[in-house]
Design a protein around this ligand. Sequence first.
Ligand SMILES: Cc1cc2nc3c(=O)[nH]c(=O)nc-3n(C[C@H](O)[C@H](O)[C@H](O)COP(=O)(O)O)c2cc1C
Length: 169
Amino acid sequence: MENFKSINPKEINENAVKMIGDRWMLITAGKSDSFNTMTASWGTIGFLWGKPVVYIFIRPQRHTFGFVEKENEFTLSFFSEEYRKALNICGSTSGRDCNKVEKAGLSPIFTEKGNVSFKEANMVLECRKLYSDYLKPELFVDSSIVAQFYKANDFHKVYVAEITGVYQK
Ligand SMILES: Cc1cc2nc3c(=O)[nH]c(=O)nc-3n(C[C@H](O)[C@H](O)[C@H](O)COP(=O)(O)O)c2cc1C
């Protein structure tokens, strides 16, 4: 992670709602020989089971889903505004059909553990899965969310993961 410095998760001094909801992020899983990445704007950063954690939500039809399922770890990469177009490309094309990383003009880099992020990112969270399950329609307290977001019955799988590393430029 050349050009990045490692910081403690408690030193992230950005508003998490803006970080995920406005800036968006790339969820990337796999290793150098085979990985995939996709844009996400739903998730949380918080604290659970005595650990700094993230929650991410992935629909099962995403190509990235198979990679996150298979691997124990993934990364969340955050970018400055100049990479909005790259994030739009990674959020509208599938790794199944094209080399979206090349299309988006991103350069893969690898953590010491072999997880994948991108040279152009300005913050990277390296995460280790702790818990996962599908959202279930019968458990929604506000069922209007089901009608609004899950017409295709494609309920997200939620992953709770420990933040094991934070790299910042
Ligand atoms: C701004 C934005 C936010 C997105 N957030 C999510 C998300 O949180 N979860 C999800 O499953 N898909 C999300 N998507 C959709 C995926 O990024 C998109 O379907 C992508 O093409 C999947 O690529 P893949 O098939 O290579 O995994 C988002 C897309 C955009 C543009």
